[in-house]
Design a protein around this ligand. Structure first.
Ligand code: ZN
Length: 469
């Protein structure tokens, strides 16, 4: 929406109205009866003891497994034993399903989708999405309206863990381009009346605009701020450098996600804002989630998806997730590529009383930010690639502060690709003040750990810093 001509040319008040209208439409689609029913179920499942939870999970997996069997890919797999039989010899039965990674899922595509259900049942309506692939390889995904409503109920519950109550005010400081990136005059935020939210641009935050951001945040006085950790850290560090702290009185919690939150950043943020940061890990594939409870423990959200740990030689574990409740594209045993450090088994239970497992930290996707010549730092650039068709892989590289290079890979023999569109999408986020080179390449080099990194920024780093991650 932000990139569309009507939005870009509208005055700020009309832009706010458009954002509010989009919010109202989203609410109608996601937050109706379906969402309420899921919320009621989630209120029960988060209080389940271990045995009830395990039984409930097996029922969900059984249903997802049946759905998988209705896909072209799943037709060749064994049928699931009954939930009761699954309970008896769980491990053996479950191992019959293969583990799939991102390239395999990308290749299978619609072979992982079930035939569409009756259109007159709105719970069956399907929504497609494409991950930009923050790791650099895009993926097409399909979800039912029911699964979208369930996701919404889960996110709302997480917001409540962070101190928010329905109808409370929120502020949003994430990758939304609510204000054109080249406009260096404000306001850098827009208000959505339908959602009681103030959307801030995370692209204009700098020393020069800091005061305006802090004032706008305090005036709005949200109960919850949802933000990229890097944006919150920038605000907090700048305030602390001035010997100040955040003064909004209504604030009860901060919710971060999409980037890795460092412990040092967390400490500064919590000190300056005076409330706890509740971090959330998830992926667009929606197979698993990890979130922080009121006591600060990182819990596997056991009623979100089923989580298995794949051990690695370095003592870390790769998260393998199996989705609950998506009849359109049942992703089971999906290897996310994200790494987790587990808690020792003898760790005492969390005072919150939930039977959800806990982890020490999520090391997943450590995206670098790029530097603009005017001093701003910009992260989450994967949005550039979100709507580009036919792209296999991409990487954003920056070696000098004056220039950014985008590398991309197309399938062998592919000829037509809309490079101009990619350039426009990049310019929307980076502005005109930096050099931009776009280059098609046969392949993109991996890190020593074999990972494809979406963003590699070497500005201000020693040679050879393109780490082992
Ligand atoms: Zn807890």
């Amino acid at each position: 929406m932000y990139a569309s001509a009507p939005y870009r040319h509208a005055p700020a008040a009309l832009q706010s109205a458009l954002i509010g209208l989009r919010g109202a439409m989203r609410q109608a689609m996601r937050e109706g009866d379906l969402c309420r029913r899921h919320a009621e179920e989630l209120a029960r499942t988060e209080r389940f003891g271990q045995e009830a939870l395990a039984n409930w999970q097996r029922e969900q997996l059984h249903r997802s497994w049946l759905a998988l069997r209705r896909t072209p890919f799943g037709a060749g797999l064994p049928a699931p034993p009954s939930p009761r039989a699954l309970a008896k010899d769980w491990a053996a039965a479950w191992q019959a399903l293969p583990i799939l990674d991102r390239p395999q899922v990308a290749k299978l595509g619609t072979a992982l989708c079930t035939p569409a259900g009756p259109w007159w049942q709105s719970a069956n309506w399907r929504f497609g999405s494409q991950t930009s692939g923050s790791s650099g390889a895009p993926l097409r995904l399909v979800g039912t309206r029911d699964s979208v409503s369930r996701e919404q109920a889960l996110v709302r519950r997480q917001m409540q863990w962070a101190g928010w109550r329905p109808s409370d005010r929120r502020a949003w400081l994430r990758g939304d381009l609510v204000h054109p990136v080249d406009r260096l005059d404000g306001p850098f935020w827009r208000d959505s009346a339908s959602e009681r939210m103030r959307y801030f641009s995370s692209y204009h935050l700098s020393d020069a605009t800091l005061e305006a951001y802090v004032r706008a945040l305090q005036d709005w006085d949200p109960v919850l701020i949802q933000a990229y950790p890097s944006s919150l850290a920038l605000l907090a560090q700048a305030l602390r450098a001035r010997g100040r702290s955040y003064e909004g009185r209504g604030l009860r919690g901060l919710m971060t996600s999409s980037e890795t939150l460092g412990e040092g950043e967390r400490a500064v943020i919590e000190q300056v804002f005076g409330v706890r940061v509740s971090d959330w890990y998830g992926q667009t594939e929606r197979v698993a989630a990890i979130g922080q409870c009121e006591h600060g423990s990182l819990h596997v959200i056991e009623d979100y998806g089923f989580v298995e740990w794949l051990p690695r030689e370095d003592g870390l574990f790769e998260l393998v997730g199996s989705a609950f409740g998506n009849e359109a594209m049942p992703l089971l045993r999906y290897a996310t590529g994200d790494l987790v450090e587990l808690l020792p088994e003898e760790a005492p239970p969390c005072p919150c009383g939930r039977a959800f497992r806990r982890v020490r930290r999520v090391l997943g996707r450590q995206d670098d930010v790029v530097h603009l010549p005017d001093g701003r730092r910009i992260g989450r650039l994967d949005g550039i690639f979100k709507d580009l068709q036919g792209l296999l892989e991409w990487q954003i590289r920056q070696e000098r502060v004056e220039e950014i290079e985008i590398l991309y890979v197309l399938p062998d023999g592919a000829a037509d690709f809309d490079e101009a569109r990619m350039e426009r999408a990049a310019r929307e986020r980076l502005g005109a003040g930096i050099g931009l080179r776009i280059r098609r390449v046969p392949r993109i080099q991996r890190t020593r750990a074999g990972k494809l990194r979406g963003v590699v920024c070497l500005v201000g780093k020693a040679a050879g810093a393109e780490g082992a991650r």
